[in-house]
Design a protein. Structure first.
Lengths: 297, 293
């Protein structure tokens, strides 16, 4: 019996891990070329969920249309934050610290505007019942929504990999990531790459928000945890490595679910952070990537 | 009248918190979003020792100082090894965890209900229950904090901190142990934050986890930026302006569900605007003669 429970927890972990992998990639897509620590990414995630709520529940649009519109709206919001806050600051010669502080400011402003619009009570987006009815596989159960999550993660991660490797824009993103000055010399517009990165990253985080909104519902504060997971996965995976980030997302999902076996679920983010602490101390390069620790003692 | 004195105490407490954060952010150039966690450690330590163990308020302070100092040393030693922006994750994660501890370690902290009926301090036969006396007490502590901060900032030690901010590799190349400087200033700053937290608990007379969220940490950053990073008096001005400004909302009969988001939007956007148009803040840093830039 306990054996089946363990397998079930690993399965749940894989489903959660798919969600986390999307979160990790969404943050990495923005961070890699722009080197902007986009703290307000967590807010874009929450807004995406509330856009879906607004379109599907308040305005009663059909669910697929509402999802598509919410993803688009979130992507535009992400680009707007960059254009309105980070880009002017960067052009006025501000350093990393000032941009990070302005990202905190944006996070606070966005979160509280959300409170004014949608108030603080939890919201649910009604999904068709069939999505949440468990399908038994022997002793194990999975819901159709779980299977959709896995499929969506597969499509999203595969799509991003293809985009980065094969398209001109994707290659331009990598070029800007490796050496922005040389990228400009060969005629790449770094501004355009930034915009694409913010658009794509925000659309991806919105995809994760759609899956969460349909499964667990919405609260104004869920962005902080989503951001924590995205950032930790990026570091544990190795900064600069997309496959690493995705893999670390899976890893965190599984660790977290196995943790629930023994530890109450309120301590989830503590587990996440403990994983990070262990990596920083014992494997500062993450799975694959550059060292993030400065001192090599 | 009592209300004015209350606001005055609040300004003094937030000035203590801001001045202490300024030592790390403004002087040394280390961004930390864990200041509210250390404020919370001080507040909970004082609240628990006062209500459960019947400690005197002034005896809770050394305990809070010791706990926050030890925790800060551990956090700094492990996370300040991180390069570039990544060390911010250390303080971000720590802030999230401490909030979870305050919220979920119900046996100790009573979770979301918080700890209520915290008695006002008394010592040497003087009760500080009277709001005016309490305000005076907070101002005395603010003066002490300012004294410590100025001593730190103007000493050779403080000059090394600024050197680390301007050029870390340069400071290391002239033989300064950058890591030790960073850890020690982070410990001092966190200890001062715990005093601010204890005074906060005494003023409000209850503590709950919702006062020590990441938003509170960012609020303290905003106070540092608006006041002026690298100027201790700037932090006092920043706290005075950003605490009293939203208090005006009280006179317009705005319901709290609207007033508190408006307050946060105000300080969030002020922080962005200052960074963009006046990054030196209201009172810019003054470099004393002898400090070469």
């Amino acid at each position: 019996m306990a054996y089946w429970l363990l397998v079930q927890l690993v399965l749940n972990g894989i489903v959660t891990g798919c969600l986390y992998a999307i979160l990790a990639i969404s943050f990495a897509v923005i961070y890699a070329p722009s080197k902007t620590f986009h703290f307000a990414h967590g807010s874009v995630y929450v807004y995406a969920g509330y856009f879906l709520y607004q379109f599907a529940m308040e305005w009663r649009w059909p669910l697929p249309a509402a999802i598509a519109a919410a993803i688009m709206a979130a992507a535009v919001l992400g680009v707007l934050v960059d254009r309105a806050v980070y880009t002017p600051l960067r052009k006025s010669g501000a350093g990393v610290m000032e941009i990070l502080l302005s990202a905190f400011g944006s996070f606070i402003v966005l979160q509280n505007v959300l409170l004014l619009i949608w108030k603080s009570d939890p919201r649910t987006v009604r999904a068709p019942e069939v999505l949440k009815n468990g399908i038994p596989f022997g002793m194990l159960t999975l819901t159709p929504l779980d299977l959709i999550t896995v499929a969506v993660a597969g499509i999203v991660l595969g799509g991003v990999a293809l985009f980065i490797r094969t398209t001109r824009l994707g290659k331009a993103m990598r070029a800007v990531e490796n050496d922005p000055e040389v990228a400009v010399m060969v005629g790449i517009s770094t501004e355009r790459v930034r915009m694409v990165a913010f658009f794509l990253g925000s659309a991806l985080v919105a995809v994760a928000a759609m899956l969460t909104a349909l499964d667990k519902g919405l609260e104004p504060t869920i962005g902080v945890n989503a951001l924590l997971i995205a950032v930790v996965a990026m570091i544990v995976g190795g900064v600069g490595s997309f496959p690493g980030a995705a893999l670390a997302g899976f890893f965190l999902g599984i660790v977290e679910n196995l943790g629930i076996w023994q530890i109450p679920s309120e301590w989830k983010s503590t587990i996440t952070f403990t994983v990070l602490a262990i990596f920083i101390l014992f494997r500062p390069t993450g799975f694959f990537g550059q060292r993030v620790a400065r001192y090599s003692e | 009248m009592n209300y004015l004195v209350y606001v005055l105490s609040l300004v003094a407490i937030y000035a203590i918190l801001t001045v202490s954060l300024n030592l790390v952010v403004g002087y040394t150039g280390i961004l930390s979003v864990a200041h509210a966690a250390f404020m919370g450690i001080g507040a909970y330590t004082a609240a628990l020792l006062l209500t459960e163990w019947g400690f005197n308020f002034f005896l809770t302070l050394p305990v809070g100082l010791a706990i926050s100092g030890l925790v800060a040393a551990g956090l700094a030693a492990s996370t300040l090894r991180l390069r570039g922006d990544y060390y911010i994750i250390g303080s971000f994660g720590f802030q999230v965890i401490m909030y979870n501890v305050f919220l979920n370690w119900i046996a100790l902290t009573k979770g979301p209900f918080g700890i209520r009926n915290i008695p006002r301090p008394r010592a040497f036969g003087i009760a500080f229950a009277d709001p005016a006396r309490y305000a005076l007490l907070t101002i005395v502590f603010l003066a002490a904090t300012l004294w410590v901060a100025r001593r730190v900032a103007e000493s050779p030690y403080g000059k090394v901190l600024r050197a680390i901010r301007e050029d870390e590799a340069g400071a290391a190349s002239i033989g300064k142990n950058v890591r030790r400087y960073k850890i020690s200033i982070f410990v001092v700053s966190s200890m001062l934050a715990s005093v601010g937290g204890a005074l906060y608990a005494g003023l409000i007379s209850y503590v709950d986890p919702f006062a020590f969220t990441i938003n509170e940490s960012i609020f303290l950053q905003a106070l540092v930026i608006v006041g002026g990073a690298g100027n201790v008096y700037g932090s006092v001005v920043g706290a005075a302006v950003l605490i009293t400004l939203p208090e005006m909302l009280r006179f317009f009969d705005v319901p709290t569900t609207v007033a508190s988001p408006i307050r946060e939007i105000l300080y969030g956007s002020l922080m962005i605007l200052f960074l963009r148009f006046r990054p030196k803040g209201l009172l810019p840093e003054r470099i004393s003669p002898g400090v070469a830039r």
